[in-house]
Write a protein that binds this ligand. Structure first.
Ligand SMILES: [Zn+2]
Length: 314
């Protein structure tokens, strides 16, 4: 009798424990179901296998421009079958072109993400009637070749990076923006600018009342005043703010839009700061805790060598 009672007690305790456990599981599930956890982004669900090449050879109509020819739908199947997970567009290498909606749809149909390429040499063009077209001025007060524009003119960068693709980002056609920083025969973006506007802005920032020195005298003047570091830091800060504002416009259209590039560390040979300094302002602005700035492995190792995060280089 005693043992029968003990058996019933144990059974009762086990039953209560089981009911409690089921309730806990239900509560856990309920809280998991209602929690505002952001969805795991696609790049954490799959490996990024970035395919960026001269697709143009595959165009069907050979009469159109090599760079902007439309690619056959089968081409995207081949890229996916070869293991790619990201298809990077090339038509953005040409002025006036950014992406092809049909390419984006083909890529998505075969499970590929679609990145546009923005060629960094393009901002040097005069992009709109509102673009001042003012020239980049280097430390020696020169405008090398007369072909580079000021590197701190938000209007031009907005016309280059945001406007041509904003609608495609909003529609979910574009998953990322890949910037090609490579210096093709001197067609890259330049570094710190000492043009009238940039230099005057710095004087205002420092509340210095001085006449604007002649172009060749500006850098020596900064040296005399021990302001070279301050000038460069201020320039990087303004560039970071400019790119951050552009990123926010794009992320407002798609919070998971990703930014990538490769090879941003090659120094320029034309007396400017070349790709080195300007690229970092962009990288810092486009990197967020959710949308990590993405680069090939070689780039990640370089970032690690600079202390684990992008740094400003003067
Ligand atoms: Zn300037």
């Amino acid at each position: 009798m005693q043992s029968e009672k003990r058996r019933r007690d144990v059974q009762r305790i086990l039953t209560r424990a089981l009911v409690l456990e089921i309730m806990l599981i239900s509560a856990t599930n309920a809280s998991a179901g209602t929690a505002a956890e952001p969805e795991t982004p696609w790049w954490r669900q799959q490996k990024i296998v970035f395919m960026w090449g001269q697709w143009n050879y595959a165009r069907v109509d050979k009469s159109v421009d090599y760079w902007i020819g439309e690619l056959p739908r089968e081409h995207f199947r081949h890229v996916a079958r070869s293991g790619g997970t990201v298809f990077a567009e090339k038509v953005g290498m040409v002025k006036g072109h950014a992406y092809r909606p049909a390419h984006a749809r083909h890529a998505h149909d075969f499970g590929l993400k679609y990145f546009v390429t923005r060629y960094v040499g393009l901002p040097r063009y005069k992009v709109s009637p509102h673009d001042s077209g003012r020239k980049w001025v280097n430390e020696r007060g020169e405008e090398p070749g007369g072909q580079y524009n000021c590197t701190l003119e938000p209007e031009r960068y907005e016309k280059w990076l945001v406007e041509p693709i904003l609608e495609g980002v909003r529609q979910g056609l574009i998953d990322g923006i890949h910037v090609d920083w490579e210096n093709y025969r001197g067609t890259h973006e330049c570094g710190i600018c000492y043009c009238d506007i940039c230099f005057s802005r710095f004087l205002q920032f420092k509340k210095i009342e001085a006449d604007l020195p002649a172009k060749p005298d500006r850098f020596p003047w900064l040296n005399q005043q021990d302001l070279v570091v301050a000038y460069k830091q201020n320039f990087h800060d303004r560039r970071y703010e400019m790119f951050t504002a552009l990123r926010k416009k794009l992320h407002a259209a798609n919070p998971d839009l990703m930014f990538s590039s490769y090879d941003v560390l090659r120094p320029s040979h034309d007396g400017g700061h070349g790709l080195y300094a300007p690229a970092w302002d962009y990288v810092r602005a486009m990197h967020t805790p959710r949308t990590s700035y993405w680069t090939p492995d070689i780039m990640a190792r370089t970032i690690a060598s600079h202390g684990g995060s992008p740094t400003v280089r003067g």
